[in-house]
Ligand binder design. Structure first.
Ligand code: UT7
Length: 338
């Protein structure tokens, strides 16, 4: 049925192009080497390095809350972008470890940063959350619903990790990364390729829902559980195709790509994707996982921040971002490095 409007509405129009204008990161102070996690899971430093590439990870202290880490990462992204907090019209926080069901942590972060009552909301897309946020921000800036958007990926996965679980205890970690997305003279964020495969909903999940936990005589934290190997196989092969589609949609060939910044889940997945996409040796690849572990929604901005700091990603470089995780959910886009 076609609705005939009784009056004509104004619609918003935004900037012609959007880009990431600045990146920031916060790494928690506690460095946890493999030697500190192996005993509880009957593992070894050698096994963990061989199977995942992880040498150490960062776990937050009690003071390093989701909000504290987010505000620190956001402040450095704003500084990098040369944008004042009052210019931010929307704060989008990708996280699965803000432990209050409501309200969204984004409103507290927006307030602490000193935005002028920016729109603020959380999104739940697990490890793919940051790329979902960048896609939304790009559309918001171009659609006219925001001038500048702050996208934050933040996790305290140590709160939801069972230190005795062999499948996850050595992988998950904490941290925050942020990006300021705003108007730009040239296109700086390519079309997103995103999707989900809910048939694989149970492969990575919180073990039980809170009502089932509370119904138990002896409630225990409903930790994250993961069937690692099927996720590994899915990520290594299916995600390379998604990365290629993101390149195609942006009109970029692998020879024109400067940086590859995949979700930092496992070094072997990173290598398998790079091989499957036939990335030339000239493409610099993010390998933050070795020092930082898997920080879910925070992993891509943390990895990109390190590449920028170490000179592996330079302003104007073309970078492919690709993220995947619980849901299963995924998202990829090509961006210009700020
Ligand atoms: O961020 C969201 C997305 N997440 C991911 O992408 C994670 C994807 N998955 C992975 O990274 C990998 O599956 C893991 C690193 C978690 C595991 O590596 P894997 O090569 O898939 O190992 P596996 O589970 O197939 O286990 C291989 C062997 C088994 O022994 P047998 O049956 O071959 O004798 C396991 O019992 O390794 C054993 N094993 C361990 N040994 C030492 C499993 N976990 C451990 C451990 N330490 N922690």
């Amino acid at each position: 049925m076609t609705t005939t409007p009784t009056s004509t509405l104004n619609t918003a129009t935004g900037a012609t192009h959007a880009a990431i204008l600045g990146i920031g990161a916060y790494r928690p102070s506690r460095v946890i080497p493999n030697s500190e996690v192996v005993e509880a899971i009957d593992s070894s430093d050698e096994w963990i390095q061989q199977r995942s590439g992880i040498k150490q990870r960062r776990w937050a202290t009690a003071e390093e809350t989701v909000q504290v880490m987010s505000v620190a990462a956001a402040r450095s992204a704003l500084e990098h972008a040369g944008v004042d907090a009052r210019q931010i019209d929307a704060v989008v926080v990708a996280t699965v470890t803000h432990m209050l069901q409501t309200p969204a942590v984004a409103t507290a972060i927006a307030h602490e940063l000193g935005t002028d009552q920016a729109a603020a909301f959380d999104i739940s897309a697990a490890c793919a959350g940051f790329c979902h946020g960048v896609a939304l921000a790009s559309d918001m800036v171009r659609g006219g619903s925001a001038g500048h958007v702050l996208v934050i990926g933040v996790e305290r996965l140590s709160d939801l990790t069972d230190v005795g679980d062999r499948g996850t205890a050595f992988i998950f970690a904490d941290g925050a990364g942020a990006a300021v997305v705003g108007p730009s003279d040239a296109p700086g964020i390519g079309p997103v390729v995103w999707g989900s495969d809910g048939e694989q909903f149970d492969l990575i999940r919180q073990r039980e829902d809170w009502r089932d936990v509370l119904a138990s005589d002896q409630p225990v934290m409903p930790h994250l559980v993961m069937q690692g190997n099927p996720v590994f196989r899915w990520a290594s092969y299916a995600m390379a195709k998604i990365g290629q589609q993101a390149l195609d949609r942006a009109g970029i060939t692998v020879d024109e790509l400067d940086c590859f910044v995949p979700h930092q889940a496992n070094m072997r997945i990173i290598d398998a994707m790079a091989r499957a996409m036939k990335l030339p040796d000239t493409v610099r690849i993010a390998r933050d996982i070795a020092e930082q572990g898997n920080t879910s929604a925070a992993s891509i901005p943390l990895a990109l921040d390190r590449m920028i700091a170490e000179g592996d990603a330079r302003s104007g470089d073309t970078a492919l971002l690709i993220a995947f995780g619980a849901g299963l959910a995924y998202a990829a886009q090509v961006v210009t490095v700020p």
